[in-house]
Design a protein around this ligand. Structure first.
Ligand code: AQP
Length: 323
C-alpha cells in the first residue's frame, strides 16, 4: 500500500512541521512510502528562485536528518521529476473542467482580494492530483483544508479511467494522526506556520538554541498565573504544555500538575525543545555542509521516484492516444 506525504518549501521548517508530521514520518516509514518536497507548489504565489532552491535543499536535509531513511522510503524533490509531474498534470487538466477548478475553496480564499493571481493558484489542485496519481497512491494523509483537493484527485482518476482505460488507483484520504498541533507562540489562536516569515512566534527547526530559548521565553501567556491545561481559556499556556508533552511523551494534564509558575513552564519547554531539535539540527547542518552527500540522496530519491512512476505515466499517455 502506497502512502504519499509532502512538505512545501514555502519557508523554513518549523517546530509544528516537525512535531506534527516529520517526526512521525521518521518513526513510521516503510518501503512503500513516498515523501517529496513539493517545490512546484511553492510557485503558485510570487517566489524568489534562489530562496526556493535553498529552502528545497534545507527541507531535504531536515527530512533525512530527522530519520526519514532515503534507503528505505522514496524521498525526492518534485522538480527532479518535473517532466513527469508536468505531463500528467496536462492530461488531468484536460480531464478536469473549468467549473471544478474554480470551485476549489482554497483558490477562493487565497486569491480573495488579490488584484492579480498566478494561474497556477487555480490549477495547483490538478498538479496535486497528478502527484498523487503518478505514484499509484492508496492513502494520502490530508488535513480538513485539503480534503476537497483529494476528492478532486479521486474524481479525475475515475473519469480518466472511465474515458480511456483503467490506469489510476483511486486514492483515499486518511486523517493524519497528528502527534501535536502546535500554535504560534505570539498568537496562540492560530497555528504555527512556516510562511509567517521572521516571526518571534515561530520556532524554526534550524534556529540556534539561544534563539529558541528567547522565542519561548517571550511566548504569550495570560495574567491568571495558574498553570492549568485549559485550551479554551488559556490557549498560550495550553500550547506550551502541549509542546512540552509532545517533546517528553507525557500528557499536558499531568505536566500542568507538576509545574508551578509560567517562568518554570517556559524554562522546561525551552530545555525540551532545544534537546528535541538538537540531533536534527546538528545532522541537518552536517548534510548541508556536505553537498555531495545531499546530491547523492537527492539523485537516489529521483531515480526511485522515476522508476516508481514510469509505467503508470506511460500507460496514461498510451490510453489517452499520445503514443
Ligand atoms: N503548526 C503545526 N502543528 C502541527 N503540524 C503542522 N504541520 C504544519 N504546521 C503544523 C504539518 O506539517 C506537514 C507539512 O506541512 P506543509 O509543508 O505541507 O505545509 P502546511 O501544512 O501549510 O504547513 P505550514 O508550515 O503552516 O506552511 P505554510 O505557512 O506555508 O502554510 C503537514 O503534515 C502539516 O499538517
Amino acid at each position: 500500500m502506497t502512502r504519499l506525504s509532502a512538505v512545501k518549501p514555502s519557508g523554513h521548517v518549523q517546530l509544528g512541521n516537525y512535531l506534527g508530521a516529520i517526526r512521525r514520518w521518521a518513526d513510521e516509514h516503510g518501503p512503500n512510502d513516498v515523501f517529496f518536497i513539493c517545490d512546484l507548489h511553492a510557485m503558485t504565489v510570487p517566489h524568489n528562485p534562489g530562496r526556493l532552491r535553498a529552502l528545497t535543499r534545507e527541507q531535504l536535509a531536515i527530512l533525512v536528518a530527522a530519520g526519514v531513511d532515503p534507503e528505505v522510503a522514496c524521498v525526492y524533490v518534485q522538480s527532479d521529476l518535473v517532466d513527469m509531474h508536468g505531463a500528467l498534470t496536462w492530461l488531468l487538466e484536460c480531464t478536469c473542467t473549468y467549473g471544478e477548478a474554480i470551485r476549489m475553496i482554497q483558490f477562493r480564499e487565497k486569491g480573495a482580494g488579490q488584484t492579480s493571481v498566478r494561474l497556477g493558484l487555480l490549477t495547483y489542485p490538478v498538479l496535486m492530483a497528478a502527484d498523487i496519481l503518478l505514484h499509484g497512491t492508496d492513502e494520502v494523509p490530508v488535513g480538513e483544508d485539503q480534503s476537497q483537493h483529494l476528492e478532486l484527485a479521486r474524481t479525475l482518476a475515475k473519469r480518466f479511467n472511465h474515458s480511456y482505460g483503467e490506469v489510476f488507483t483511486l486514492p483515499r484520504a486518511v486523517l493524519p494522526t497528528v502527534a501535536a498541533r502546535v500554535r504560534d507562540l505570539s498568537d496562540p489562536t492560530r497555528k504555527m506556520g512556516k510562511s509567517a516569515g521572521d516571526s518571534p512566534g515561530v520556532v524554526y527547526v534550524l534556529d540556534p538554541p539561544d534563539i529558541v530559548r528567547r522565542k519561548i521565553r517571550r511566548a504569550v501567556t495570560d495574567d491568571r498565573a495558574a498553570v492549568r491545561y485549559a485550551p479554551d481559556e488559556q490557549p498560550g499556556v495550553a500550547n506550551l504544555l502541549e509542546i512540552l508533552a509532545a517533546c517528553t511523551g507525557t500528557s499536558p494534564y499531568t505536566l500542568a500538575g507538576t509545574i508551578s509558575s509560567y517562568a518554570e513552564l517556559k524554562e522546561s519547554v525551552a530545555d525540551a525543545v532545544v534537546e528535541t531539535l538538537r540531533p536534527v539540527r546538528e545532522r541537518a547542518a552536517e548534510l548541508l555542509a556536505d553537498p555531495a552527500e545531499l546530491d547523492r540522496v537527492r539523485k537516489l530519491g529521483a531515480e526511485r521516484a522515476r522508476t516508481h512512476a514510469r509505467s503508470r505515466l506511460d500507460a496514461a499517455l498510451e490510453v489517452a492516444g499520445l503514443r
